[in-house]
Design a protein around this ligand. Sequence first.
Ligand code: G4P
Length: 529
Amino acid sequence: METQEEIKRRRTFAIISHPDAGKTTLTEKLLLYGGAIQQAGAVKGKAAARHAVSDWMELEKQRGISVTSSVMQFDYRGYCINILDTPGHQDFSEDTYRTLMAADSAVMVIDAAKGIEPQTRKLFKICAMRHIPIFTFINKMDREALSSFELLEQLEKEFGIGTYPFNWPVGCGQNFHGVYDRQSRSLLIFNEFHHGQSRISAVEYSIEDKEALEEILSYGQYDNLLEETELLDGAGYEFDIDEVRSGRLSPVFFGSALNNFGVEQFLNRFIELTMPPLPRMSGETEIDPFSDGFSAFVFKIQANMNKAHRDRIAFFRICSGKFERDKEYYHVQQKKLIKLAQPQQLMAQDRSIIDEAYAGDIIGVFDPGIFSIGDTVCEKGMDVIYAGIPTFAPEHFASVERTDTMKRKQFEKGIMQIAQEGAIQIFHEPFSGIEEVIVGVVGVLQFEVLEYRLRTEYGVEIRRRDLPFECIRWIDSAPASPDRLNLTSDTKWVQDYKGNNLLLFTSSWCINWAVQKNEGLVLREFNQD
Ligand code: G4P
């Protein structure tokens, strides 16, 4: 197949949700339909969402299994689908943010009984920032649910987007009988509840088939459906593919991932509506994914995926052209020609070395410690540099130092490498060395992971002192040097390891104070280096 054809059939998306809404279950079902796995339960890593630190550590030991499920590729009806899984635990939401940078669209799973939850809100913001299409799967319709109209209203009001339901549920909980497909004007009636491994058998009825439907459905459901769909047709948003593709209109699907209800219909529509790889910006220039030259950027680095080999893998999202294994490519940040060693594609538990890959694909590459998140690699002479991945403001801070004075090198190496992976962010007080480091994380569990990894991978014990700061801001511009600003006494000036100046605050009140008392001070919540 021609390169262009290969790229055209790529669909690369991330599945996002608040923990427990059903992301893992839906992912599994999509893989089942795609024939990529034979039975539900094959996607590991779900336990990572189950909080307890001890669980996480245990899982960490089996990391080779758990994280390889983070990218899954399969063929379905002529399309080549790349699903980017995102970590379930909210403490690892930074990883999710970065993964979203590699996706061309997102599927947002919502628990029908709960509606929008905090994590959904955060993730939505990131999608909206990139204007990527967002598809909504309203899950768990087999349980008692909020009213479908109320759910749509939540999405519209909170997120400021339009919604277009492709299907409409008939009942919920015990009375969930099926879904009405608005385009074909037919009802898919599910005739059995099963937490099935395989495709569900559903019977299709035309909406006109009043007699049969009244018999099957619960009392009043048929009339109710007619009323509701009339309301939708009359008062709902019009379907407009351009609005979908610019992220302003979200196609909505109702179903139950656990029971396979509505999953296949969702997948079929989704691949038609979503887009092949989107162009990306290199400075002011838009890089066409279909152009011949290969280019890619690093969106994730994962160390020690296989303890036996102490390896580190950099994950690249290919943005244009075709990747070939034996070719040399230009590493823009290091200004060097390199070969991407041991390029591999990951599928559930398996890794396989690949010879070629195309725009839209994700490849894992052996990283001898040369890559950082956001780095660009491209065909020689192509002159591309993709915008870095934003660093989000951590919310918890601690000062960290090693307990053994002999282990300085290991400590520095460990903490730098873990920071390069993006698992933590590190700061220091200006004019001080790396003896004592201020570590910022989005979720406190990351502190424990840091301690664990420094001990097991680098042989360093640390002492950690939690700091009272809650907010951090990058200084965009300031009327004076940071030490001369008028700040509350509990505000601290720090630098990141690239030398950027930041301020640590104990409350948002102190941020307001700083901005009010220092005319010309501009602060930013995330960094785009
Ligand atoms: P997550 O990845 O978003 O965190 O959610 P996950 O798929 O792990 O699902 C969370 C829980 O919700 C699981 O139950 C799962 O079985 C259940 N679930 C997912 N989809 C549906 C659905 O359509 N209907 C119903 N009723 N439940 C659903 P669990 O008891 O926590 O785990 P498990 O013991 O079933 O594995």
